[in-house]
Design a protein around this ligand. Sequence first.
Ligand SMILES: *Cc1c(COP(=O)(O)O)cnc(C)c1O
Length: 477
Amino acid sequence: MSPTFRRQVLRKIPSVDDILSRKEILDLLSVHPRAVVVEAIRRGLGRLRKEILNRDNLSGDEEALLSFKNIFPLFQKEIDLQVQPRLRRVINATGIVIHTNLGRAPLHPLAINHMVKVAKAYSNLEYDLALGERGDRHFHVEEILCRLSGAESALVVNNNAGAVLLCLNTLSEGREVVISRGELVEIGGAFRIPDVMKRSGAFLREVGTTNRTHLNDYQRAISPQTGLLLKVHTSNFKVMGFTSDVSLAELVQMGRERHLPVMEDIGSGCFVDLTQYGMEKEPTVQDAVRTGVDVVTFSGDKLLGGPQAGIILGKKDILESIKVNPLLRALRIDKLTLAALESTLFLYLDEKRAMEEIPTLQMLGLDMRKLKRRGNRLLKRLQEKVKKGVQFTLREDVSQVGGGALPLQELPTIILSVKSSDRSVNSLEQGLRKADPPIISRISKDELVFDMRTVFDEEIPILAQGIEKALSQMNEK
Ligand SMILES: *Cc1c(COP(=O)(O)O)cnc(C)c1O
């Protein structure tokens, strides 16, 4: 194709103003802001220009290419790209229950309703209704937290990383914090205990070894500079073999003898003893509080199944000192989180109900019968519209808890695997991520797999549609 001809075609591209005067565009302008429509036209025409420049040959179809009928969908698409929120709901078919990248815990309907109520109107966030004067936002969840855990006092902040920072800063700024070398953990997302310690103004005093730490290691490290004895739950890994560590109870005893506060970062705090439901032992919040520990911290959106929050429980005098730390203002919890947290915590007053209804716990407790039924529903929908060369199989596999909790726990599950004879598993996985809503699946060897544990029953039709569509789009190309 001659450059002159290409230039001629490029010159025929309508201007933004030409396009804006079309009736079809007026319809768009009645729905979307003018700035969005104009930008969409600009970007759409840019695409068209690029296509003309990239074509090897144009002769014959430039008329069709430049027709309004052909270019109008480009504008529509560019509008969608602008108005669609960047933060979106997705379908989690990975089988990882507490998936940090996918937003951790989905909330219980009561928590969502509570958030909506508080969001829509004014609230008594920091107003004492009984006295008619300024109140404390932390007051709303303190009573329920103490009741569930047995702690004397409670406080909530933005997240557990913030809780740890705040506690270390309050209890040991300028002083040493004694911690076992086996507990200098990295949680992911750049949360490393030694780094947080440095930022808190406390000095790390590591004792023992990676695999073994004894009581007398702590004993020897204590000096007039010591401000705190710290235990961090190694929530996302396990050291196996020749190991030994000091229990929280032993540390608490030593703290009492040496007049030092003791803190534990539990990480994924859970109020339910999961061994009752066939899972591995994960120390509960109540277990920790019962040792008499001065302060414990954990997340609101891991095993607890609530919103992102950092929960601090402990002795009254210690919590009072934390409450007056100016850092608390920078880490404070917002009202929507507080609403969701309060409603989630309330569900724990009936443990059975919590296990059955809080989405995170409910997913962990799903049995094979329910998972199979869910898998069969999906399989049936897909087979009704099955394409040639696509193979669907239901089989057993294992899901993970995720979120730095129960790292060794394997949860038997049912997965649907999809294999297409003419499409690579990678392109299919990519296609599903572009679906609406996006579907996040898992590649296992040369198959794409969908774990039934983390897909909600009501998502099965959407998931089936998304898989079908992704498979057919691939086949068109
Ligand atoms: C997850 C975790 C944290 C960080 O909690 P966030 O709620 O993500 O801020 C801190 N410590 C431990 C042991 C954890 O497992």
